[in-house]
Design a protein around this ligand. Structure first.
Ligand code: XMP
Length: 514
């Protein structure tokens, strides 16, 4: 085990993610829980002290137990973790007085003997890193030397090679430290990890934890048909079998054949107890005449919760609600720099539900990122075509149909979307694209087909590449592909006579149209 002691940084989970990428087993424990007993129990081969918002200068600021430094294993302190190490091992930290650094910085190598920690580093004169700190180390603890410096952090990289204690001011775990992965890889190699941990082991551990948490209680899981809730449901089913019941709220805003596929797969193929609440009439009725995007989202969110609650109440003796919450969902609204964030879109979730229904939460995917969930789904035997599906938003086609929604428009949109996705699959492009869909525009335009005049809807094709959905760029289809797709849609879908391609990136656009 590699033990990560969490001091509350926004990016602690990223450390874990990088370690999993290196096939190293790690556990994150909040600093309050790290007692000498826990250290003895986990017997870590290395320890990482995370960053955090506190200041070590303040009385009562968080500390790991001193025993961490007596285990005889490598310790890496990151940002706040560095400062804690210096303070506890005999150095000194000072408050930032205008010398704080936030964002990109460049570190230069210091000293001549090249430590193993920096293998693959400083191939160029400087390394780009990501800093985010106010306080800084003013005096090194005994035994430490400086291995790298930046203009705002003279002690950017420090180490005590004899004890293998390393302390850095920057964040090696974030994307903006391009060589950070190598840095962490060097650290785990120093600690003697061989990189033989796998997703199969993660699955077994997750199943053990679910059994431990749930006992013989009953669990309800909201199933949307998306990858996240599906993986959560199959995982939980593997752990507790028919103590699990899934509730699938069908709001009538799904893609072509989607509801049948979800029910078929879970109820028939996996034998998971499933309630299918077909509530298209309710949702479409309430959405009649609604064209404001936020009113649409809120209406769907409210009805979803009503229906879910009604169905869940039928399941007697349930005490847990399972959700496919991912790590990015947990941090989505919190920006990295900690600045205030505004609501761009009201996201569809069942946030307040558990308290309202007196249910406890089971969230087995809470620590994972999307691609890791896919790897776990693969481990659970879910079909590759299913696992690789593009994300689909909770409010469904409602937000791909700007303006008022009608059944006719939804039918046209479903057909066009099916043709478009078929084209993408046929050309072997599906897996290169983060998300692709058709938006049906509330605009009718004049065309000519055969010898007749048409006056039909225009649609927009959208396809983006992205790593996490937070930023995105449009996918550069060939003109041939676009031309062929436009022709197919106009020929095969009655009601559309004009096709456009949306080439807006995010920002300034968003991926969905509403
Ligand atoms: P935007 O449009 O905000 O979308 O750029 C980013 C990603 O989030 C998805 N999305 C949602 N997912 N509930 C969801 O579960 C929602 O209300 C919602 N709105 C957008 C969107 O499809 C894209 O992948």
């Amino acid at each position: 085990t590699l033990l990560i002691i969490d001091f509350g940084s926004q990016v602690t989970q990223l450390i874990a993610r990088r370690l999993r990428e290196l096939n190293v087993y790690c556990e994150i424990h909040p600093f309050q829980n790290v007692t000498p007993a826990l250290l003895a129990e986990t017997a870590p081969k290395a320890v990482i002290l995370s960053g955090g918002p506190a200041s070590v200068i303040d009385a009562g600021s968080p500390r790991p137990p001193a025993e961490v430094f007596e285990l005889g294993v490598p310790v890496l302190g990151i940002c706040y973790g560095q400062q804690v190490m210096m303070e506890m091992l005999g150095g000194r930290v000072e408050r930032g007085d205008g010398t704080s650094e936030f964002g990109r910085a460049w570190v230069e190598r210091k000293g001549d003997k090249h430590p193993d920690l920096l293998t693959g580093w400083f191939l160029e004169a400087r390394e780009q890193v990501w800093m985010s700190h106010g306080d800084h180390v003013a005096k090194l603890a005994p035994g430490f030397e400086v291995l790298g410096t930046s203009p705002g952090a003279p002690f950017a990289i420090t180490g005590d090679r004899a004890r293998h204690f390393y302390a850095v001011q920057f964040h090696p775990e974030v994307h903006h430290t391009p060589n950070g992965r190598t840095f962490l890889e060097n650290f785990v190699k120093i600690a003697g990890f061989t990189g033989d941990w796998t997703m199969a082991a993660y699955k077994d551990e997750a199943i053990r934890l679910i059994r431990e948490q749930v006992g013989d209680a009953r669990v309800i899981c909201g199933l949307s048909g998306g990858v996240d809730s599906s993986v959560a449901a199959v995982l939980i089913h593997e752990a507790i079998g028919d103590q699990l019941t899934c509730v699938f709220v069908d709001h009538g805003l799904l893609r072509q054949n989607e509801a049948e596929e979800v029910v078929g797969m879970f109820r028939d193929a996996y034998n998971i107890p499933l309630i299918h609440a077909d509530e298209a009439d309710l949702f479409l009725g309430e959405l009649e005449g609604v064209s404001d995007p936020e009113v649409k989202r809120k209406t769907i969110g409210r009805l979803f919760i009503d229906v879910f609650q009604r169905e869940a109440n039928k399941i007697e003796g349930a005490s847990f609600l399972a959700q496919g919450t991912l790590y990015p969902d947990v941090i989505e609204s919190v920006s990295f720099s900690g600045g205030p964030s505004v609501t761009i879109k009201s996201h569809h979730n069942v946030g307040g539900l558990p308290e309202k229904m007196g249910l406890k939460l089971v969230e087995p995917l809470r620590e994972l990122f999307k691609d890791e969930v896919r790897a776990l789904g693969h481990e659970l035997g879910l079909p590759a075509s299913f696992i690789g599906r593009h994300p689909f938003p909770g409010p469904g086609l409602a937000i791909r149909c700007p303006g008022e929604i009608t059944r006719d428009k939804l039918e046209i949109l479903r057909k066009a979307d099916a043709v478009y996705i078929d084209q993408i699959r046929k050309h072997g492009l599906y897996d290169e694209i983060w998300q692709a869909f058709v938006a049906l525009l509330p605009v009718r335009t004049v065309g000519v087909m055969g010898d007749g005049r048409t006056y039909d809807y225009a649609c927009a094709l959208r396809a983006v590449t992205s790593v996490d959905g937070m930023t995105a760029d449009y996918y550069p289809f060939s003109h041939d592909f676009l031309g062929e797709t436009a022709t197919r849609i106009i020929n095969e879908v009655r009601g559309i006579n004009r096709v456009t391609y949306d080439i807006t990136s995010k920002p300034p656009g968003t991926i969905e149209w509403e």
